[in-house]
Design a protein around this ligand. Structure first.
Ligand code: 6GU
Length: 229
């Protein structure tokens, strides 16, 4: 799977995608991430990529021409399954959307910045607009990093234990159960006995019970959905 990320701040995207599972995915040839600096497509001595908003108001708007030049170059090189724009007014990302995207081959992501991009770019190129939650980031770069991480780890072969993604929080609309490691007693706090029992059926039942309990307490919205309410 290949991601092309278009941004005015490529530096912001380098580190989060160069470690741990993302690095392993790339090392295994399962994931490619290409960063494109929008400023390279800006015009004039200053490589200008933003301008004042028509109608006034605070904040700059990303100009259409550099974005169009960059996207058209990329679109001429390969077929993209989606052209995504990261923006707080997009569809809120969830695990279902990540699962769907993990089946794609080529994804192009345009990172929003400043007050946003000229609306005509959205109308002309964008197939999917994504937000990562109801709060405001300074730019779409961190949202794009979240997208690559959440989707990239779902590519078959990326996670070492293929089953582990199946038990993530949200994968079946429930939060994950608590986990423990050695020592079995720490500061007088013992690990739940069932986990030391070696009885796999009892352990799985306990985990499911804890998932339900935790979801009911912390996320009644998810719990209701899981129970078919
Ligand atoms: Cl995609 N961009 C920005 N700027 N803020 C956000 C967001 C995206 N998703 C949530 N907040």
């Amino acid at each position: 799977m290949r991601f092309d990320l278009v941004t005015v701040l490529p530096e912001l995207l380098e580190s989060p995608l160069n470690h741990s599972i993302m690095q392993r995915a790339k090392d295994r040839g399962l994931l490619e991430v290409h960063l494109h600096n929008l400023r390279d497509y800006g015009a004039g001595k200053h490589k200008q990529v933003d301008d004042y908003a028509f109608g006034g108001g605070a904040g700059m708007v990303m100009k259409p021409e550099p974005i169009a030049a960059c996207l058209e170059q990329l679109l001429g090189e390969r077929q993209y399954d989606e052209v995504i724009y990261t923006t707080p007014d997009g569809v809120v990302l969830n695990q279902g959307l990540c699962n769907q995207m993990s089946l794609k081959e080529n994804i192009l992501v345009l990172c929003g910045h400043y007050k946003g991009i000229d609306e005509r770019i959205r109308e002309t190129f964008i197939t999917l607009e994504i937000s990562i939650g109801d709060y405001v980031l300074s730019g779409g770069e961190l949202a794009a990093a979240v997208l690559v991480d959440t989707v990239g780890r779902l590519i078959p072969g990326v996670l070492n234990d293929e089953t582990s993604a199946l038990f993530d929080s949200f994968q079946d609309d429930l939060l994950a159960p608590p986990v423990y490691t050695r020592p079995a007693v720490w500061r007088n706090l013992p690990v739940p006995e069932v986990l030391l029992s070696g009885n796999d059926k009892m352990i799985q039942d306990w985990r499911h019970e804890k998932s339900l309990e935790r979801t009911r307490e912390r996320r009644p919205d998810l719990y209701g959905k899981f129970m078919g309410e």
